[in-house]
Design a protein around this ligand. Sequence first.
Ligand code: GLU
Length: 301
Amino acid sequence: MKEFNPYRGRFAPSPTGPLHFGSLVAALGSCLEARAHGGEWLLRMEDVDTPRCSPEAAAGILRTLDRLGFEWDGEVMVQSRRTARYGELLEQLKAAHLAYPCACTRRELADSAPAPDGAAIYPGTCRDGLPPGKAARAWRLRVGDAVVAFDDAVQGLQSQRLGAEVGDFVLLRADGYFAYQLAVVADDADQGITHVVRGADLLDSTPRQIHLQTCLGTATPAYAHLPVALNAQGEKLSKQTLAAAADGVAPASALLAALRFLGQAPPDGLADVAAVWAWALENWRLENVPRARALRAPPAW
Ligand code: GLU
């Protein structure tokens, strides 16, 4: 009989372009941490922001992961197929009077101070009802004076005063797409994720996700945020900063570079993908990952 294993991790790329060094680091760290616990490792395509994503990019990421020797469990979850589920959860929040319609345009919010992710801290204009003559554009979550604290396995204790530092945040966007924050909470809950290992660019989003989990009555996973990879200009590697695709590098070298970035010390002479995986599965230690939010990627990338 298969023993119940309480560890289930995941990798959740946004298919906006090819897998690059930064996303490889998140894939490898989340996979090795799951396997080190004898756990499962699931994949999810985060294409909720559909206009920025493409099915070709999603297929390319899966091909690259396969070429790099990753093995995932079960079917790949695809956010763009789950809008009905996100709609159900929004209805649940509306019924609990936790979600409210908002008529504010981006221009009207331009004077508000920025939240950590660059969006405006919502001043609460529509919290007690839409201004007369204005129509709903988006739906927001009422956060009140919630303070969310959690102990990140890499970055240590974190705490955020949601009302003051983020404000009531968007659940359904003015363009009709569900917000990432709602989608990721729905998906982590529905996939039964117990441990989230991902890039530290999402550290500031985590309190919003934990608060949503509390509002929806779903479990809160454990979190570990890995350092984000920066280019020589100090920018986060991404499609926008023209990060090189992992496909341009020999698979074993790509894996070794990601392992070293994550503070692991693979020996010289691991010749092929199978040898690198065998070493990594045996020797992975989360505690060796540098406790930094961001680090320079190796120059060859
Ligand atoms: N889709 C996000 C990204 O590619 C990751 C979200 C997550 O891991 O929660 O940056």
